[in-house]
Structure formats: C-alpha cells, structure tokens
Design a protein around this ligand. Structure first.
Ligand code: NI
Length: 394
C-alpha cells in the first residue's frame, strides 16, 4: 500500500515541481493571493475536485469518499512575505520585494499533489477529505476567518492536519511532537510621554529615553524572575524610537514587540506583569506610558492521538529512523492553532534541507530555499495519513 502511494507520488513529482516553481515565481502577500487562488482552483477543476471559494482568495475543497465515514481536514497556507529574494534560483521571485520565504508555495503544491493522489483512490475512501487553501497566515490570521465563515462544517471536520517545511532537517525526514508546538502571541506597543527639554538641563524635563531604557531592561525579568525557569516565555522588544538630535530630550518614545507564551494561564499572567512593570516604572520616573497589547494567534497544541497517527504514517513512508521527535515546542507562531482548537489536530515539520544543494538557510530570510525533492514525499505522507485515519491502520 505505502509503496503504491509512493509510486503514485513519484509519477507526479515533475508536475508538482512545476506547480511549486510557478507559485514561487509569482508570490503574493496575505489577502492578495489572487493569482495563487486562480492556479489552485484551475488545478482542482482539472482534477474534478469540488470546491468553494472563501474570503476572496481562500479555497475549501472536498473529496467525498466512496463510503461513509469521518472527515479529515488538511491546511496549506498560500501567502508570501515582504522580503526581496536573493537566492539566485532560476525560478526566483519575479515580484520585487515579495518572496515565498516560508515555504507556503511548497505547502500548496504538496496539498494539490495529495488531492490528485486521493482523487485516484476516492472510491476506497471511508469518509471525506477537506483541503483548506488558506490566505494570510503571515498577517492577522486567515485561519480564524475561514472558520468563522463556516469552513469546518458541511461536512463537519473531525480532525485537522498541517505540515510546515523545515530546512533544519534533511529531505526525507519529518519531526513531530505531542502537546504544545507553537506559541501564543501578543504583539504590543508602548508610548512613553514625558517633557522635552535641553540636553544640558535634564532636571527641567521628564526623560522618556532613560525611562524607556529602564522599562525595556526590566521587562526581561518577566521571563527571568516571574516565570518558572522551565516555562517558555519570551518578551522581545523589536523596535524603540525616540528623539531627533543628541542635545535634545524628546517628548515621546515608542517601542513595540511581541509577548510569546505557550498559552493558558501564562498568557494572561505575562500580559498583567507587562502592564505592571511598564506603568510602575513609568510612574516612578515621572513619565506616562500608554500600553496597548493586541490579541494574536492562540498557540498550537498537538493532540496525542493525531500526533501518533502522523508518526506512524511517516514511519511507513519515510522509515522509522527518519521520524524525529522534537524535544521542545517552537516559540514561533502559526494560525493553524485556530483549526486545532476547533478539531483535534497535528502540526508537524517536513524536512526540506539539502546541504549538497546549499538549501539550509532558515525561513523568513532572503536566501531561504526548499528542496523540491521533498514534494512527492510530503504528498505521499499526506495521503498515507489520510488513509490511515479514514480507513483504519491498513
Ligand atoms: Ni510559514
């Protein structure tokens, strides 16, 4: 059975690579993935897969099995990043300043490949497969909006899967983890208001730069002194802006960043600690601070049974020695967490690193490249996982 799936995947490998390269050449930012959506829908039309457009650029497809059963969903994100590509690849981005630097082109091509292989086995499927081509993962979360639009119903989705490329592990491997896998995130913005003055007479003003520096330094104690040493919490200040000249103390300073936790009670506690430290130090230093904390992705937790399903399917497709266990979650974020909150799910990593080709650079980088040889393997793994879930461990 697995050999047949792999054979089928290898037979369409060249075609999948063409699809992948086409998407890579013409990347589109979140909510603007019009050409990508058109390509996906044309492909689904050609395969005879029924689908519904959603949120302008999203698409939900359904492959209805020949026999009744459960429904399993598979998410591929389709958006690119505002990065100027510098890979020098023959199929590099033709859109200046926009690049598939997170492998969403790979995710989309692999899921289209799985759709083709699953259509060929449609009659033997006991249940349905729903394919989510989701816009705007890198922005403010297409996943939540797809769910709000009713995509998890008709047919109701019983379980969810999602793979993400990982260049840190080689082609032909996957890494999995049960439990927490991605962080919950809360972006923040703080505006400190003081009183401007001459740099030689600081006592006549209220210095927002010195106050801001104290606050930013103290914020690191949220993870080092208010959180258990074994609990993952990251407070990152990524921008700090104030002032125009060396001899002028400005009226205002602004810093922004992101709070990352594994969700649950820690998420609220970190937000409370953040406010307390910012406003407390600001008051002590005679300045005012306006704190805005935004709600972003909820984090992502893998269901143990779904993780085991992926683990066993991957052992069949790639060999048990190529299934790696992730010791720790990532403090990165992904809006797949909305799907895995709505149905038991598993988010796992597919190896796309290839040292001989120089494809080892991490994602979100102008030099990031994925190994297209991993495409048929990912598609085969999708199919094996779906078959194991719907038809039992065949
Ligand atoms: Ni990504």
């Amino acid at each position: 059975m697995t050999e047949q799936i792999l054979c089928g995947a290898r037979a369409i490998a060249g075609d999948l690579e063409t699809v992948f390269q086409t998407i890579h050449r013409t990347p589109e930012l979140g909510n603007r993935e019009h050409h990508t959506a058109a390509l996906i829908r044309q492909r689904l039309d050609r395969l005879g897969v029924e689908y519904t457009p959603v949120l302008d650029t999203g698409t939900v497809a359904v492959i209805r099995g020949g026999r009744p059963g459960k429904t399993i969903g598979f998410r591929a994100d389709i958006d690119a990043l505002p990065i100027l590509e510098d890979t020098g690849l023959p199929y590099a981005s033709q859109v200046p300043g926009v690049m598939h630097a997170c492998g969403h082109d790979f995710h989309t091509a692999a899921l289209l490949g799985a759709a083709e292989l699953l259509m060929a086995r449609r009659e033997e499927l006991r249940g349905n497969v729903k394919l989510f081509f989701q816009p705007d993962e890198e922005g403010d979360g297409g996943a939540a909006r797809m769910i709000a639009a009713g995509c998890m119903e008709n047919p109701h989705v019983d379980a969810m899967l999602c793979c993400h490329v990982e260049s840190g592990i080689p082609t032909g491997t996957v890494s999995v983890r049960s439990g927490p896998i991605c962080a919950a995130s809360n972006p923040f913005s703080v505006t400190i208001k003081g009183r401007g003055t001459h740099g030689a007479k600081p006592h006549l003003g209220a210095d927002v730069i010195v106050a801001g520096a104290q606050i930013i330094t103290a914020l690191q104690t949220i993870s080092s002194r208010r959180t258990s040493p074994t609990e993952p919490v990251v407070v990152t200040v990524g921008s700090f802006h104030a002032g125009t000249a060396g001899n002028v103390l400005p009226e205002e300073a602004v810093f922004t960043g992101i709070l990352r936790t594994m969700g649950g009670p820690a998420r609220q506690r970190v937000k409370d600690d953040f406010r307390a430290i910012v406003t407390g130090i600001a008051a002590g230093m005679g300045v005012e601070a306006e704190v805005t904390i935004f709600e972003s992705y909820p984090g992502c937790r893998n269901d143990p049974a779904m993780t085991d399903l992926v683990r066993r399917a991957a052992a069949k497709v790639l060999g048990p020695e190529h299934v790696l266990e992730l010791a720790e979650p990532s403090l990165g974020t992904d809006d797949f967490g909305y799907f895995s909150d709505a149905a038991p799910g598993c988010y796992y990593y597919v190896g796309v690193g290839n040292e001989s080709k120089g494809f080892t650079c991490p994602n979100h980088n102008p030099h990031f490249a994925v190994d297209p040889e991993a495409l048929p393997l990912a598609a085969a793994l999708h199919v094996q996982t779906v078959l194991d879930y719907l038809n039992g461990d065949a």
